[in-house]
Design a protein around this ligand. Sequence first.
Ligand SMILES: [Zn+2]
Length: 232
Amino acid sequence: MIKFHPDPELLSEYVQGGLSPINSIMIAAHCDMCERCEKIAHQQTLIHAEKFESDIGNLSEFKENASSDRKFDEMLESILNLPADKRALKRAQGLSASVELDGRRFILPKTLRKFIPSTGNWTSMVGRLWQAPVDIGNDSIAANLIYIGQGGGIPEHSHRGIETTLVLKGTFEDGINQYQAGDYVYMDSNDTHTPVCHSPQGCLLFTVLDQPLHFTSGVARYTNPFSHIFFR
Ligand SMILES: [Zn+2]
């Protein structure tokens, strides 16, 4: 069962469109995998839609006394009749739903599928790690698919900025908790951890960083330029 969810405030911001594009992507991808948060987001959407409708109602009363009735009606009409972007919908449906690594296929949550065409090749790294950079159209954010094979891991590190991870497949632990598919893991400058994977099928993660990691122990400490591996 999924144990780690985004904060309720974050979900509320999400449905109101108040989050940065990358935070929205992470929350939407989590909601694809998490029935609980999907329900909360849906309920919040209904609440905000009701509020929007009552706001529109108030505006209608106001406009009865306004001189530009016709213009207002036309504007409202054009907003309400905006056609859905059917071509974009078709494109999204036609996209492949999975990524492949070493002959294995991993189905991605719906929200992440649109990034499959902008996902780079897998690179094999030390520690049974694989990394594939995902171009999300923002140069100051590093987004990666990371696969950790059984017995593999990432050296102990702290965070200069914010690291958000969505577990897509398998499980891993980091000395603080154990995480499984669907878990939404938020780490910031207060957190130091050492992710390792013990599950036989390995684990697939989608991670987003706004600053390079800072390695804090072992050999990796002396090779902190290594931190840029995840930040390119
Ligand atoms: Zn959730």
